[in-house]
Design a protein around this ligand. Structure first.
Ligand code: FE2
Ligand code: FE2
Length: 303
């Protein structure tokens, strides 16, 4: 991914040394006492949370393999939060400069601080700062953030992602086995719902989308829904990394045991309800007609 694409998302930012004087100012601003570091094998979410207890290959795996799969799956979730919050800081800061009213500018300024607080809080749960690896969804998100189409940005970030984020963070918090991370995630919820509410309010009071915006929003939502339609690909990868090679038939079996179609359909219904009444009807109709709200079956997920 080229650097220009990461300008807003901040995915390529470097880190200062731990003893750099700036770190002390940052810790004071974040009201943190010391730099904390977590054991990379800490299991915050257990096998049941990932529905791995339904997967035969997981049940039959050795304790070491099970631990490896769980460690990877846990790290994937934490890293996703880290990158989404990282992108959130840049997004909110960009929206400060795109604000058209005094009130809007104040809100986005406050929201940028919320996202920075979230990022600072989640950073505590890593033994080392994550390094951005090519991830299809995050790469796409990063490239979209350079767009100057405000309607597209608000739809994707505040209506869809933050709306989605609320139920995602709630479920992560409810099922988290570590009390400190649980509290951190619960604290995210209130601000994320405010961020989402502003996006919804702004889009509802807006009419007069350009044809270009309509098309860009349609294409972005199509891709975003597709990422949900194809099911738990990252988890499948984690299982493969833990067990070694998996054939296509193994993968189909695992996806069936994970009930990919059922759980993706639940997610797609939630996303559809977030978009209803906010995203222009013409876009919603088109997404419906092209089948974007229907999950793929296990075999289709692998094509
Ligand atoms: Fe956030
Ligand atoms: Fe947010």
């Amino acid at each position: 991914m080229d650097n220009n694409n990461q300008k807003i998302s901040g995915f390529n930012l470097s880190h200062l040394e731990l003893n750099h004087p700036t770190q002390r100012i940052l810790r004071a601003a974040l009201q943190k006492k010391n730099h904390s570091s977590f054991n990379p094998e800490t299991v915050f979410w257990n096998a049941t949370f990932f529905s791995l207890d339904r997967v035969k290959y997981f049940q039959e795996a050795t304790p070491e393999q099970q631990q490896k799969i769980l460690t990877i799956a846990n790290r994937d979730i934490l890293e996703e939060i880290y990158w989404v919050e990282q992108a959130g800081v840049g997004y909110m800061a960009k929206m400060v400069t795109l604000s058209e009213t005094f009130e809007e500018r104040l809100l986005y300024g406050l929201f940028a601080a919320d996202e920075a607080t979230h990022l600072g809080a989640i950073s505590d749960f890593f033994s080392h700062p994550p390094v951005f690896a090519d991830d299809a969804f995050l790469g796409y998100l990063s490239s979209l953030l350079v767009s100057s189409d405000k309607l597209l940005l608000i739809t994707l970030m505040q209506v869809v992602l933050e709306g989605w984020g609320m139920s995602h963070y709630r479920s992560l918090a409810n099922n988290c086995q570590d009390i400190s991370l649980k509290k951190v995630l619960q604290n995210f919820l209130e601000s994320e719902s405010r961020h989402h509410a502003l996006g919804v309010t702004q889009l509802r009071s807006y009419d007069g989308y350009s044809q270009e915006s309509l098309e860009a929003i349609h294409d972005t939502l199509t891709y975003f829904l597709y990422m949900v339609q194809i099911g738990p690909q990252r988890l499948l990868k984690a299982i493969e990394q833990g067990l070694g090679y998996l054939s296509i038939n193994d993968k189909i079996k695992i996806l069936e045991e994970l009930q990919t179609e059922l759980s993706s359909n639940t997610r797609l219904k939630l996303l559809q309800s977030l978009m209803m009444g906010t995203v222009p009807t013409s876009i919603l109709q088109s997404l419906e007609e092209q089948g974007s709200f229907h999950a793929y079956g296990a075999t289709q997920c692998l094509q």
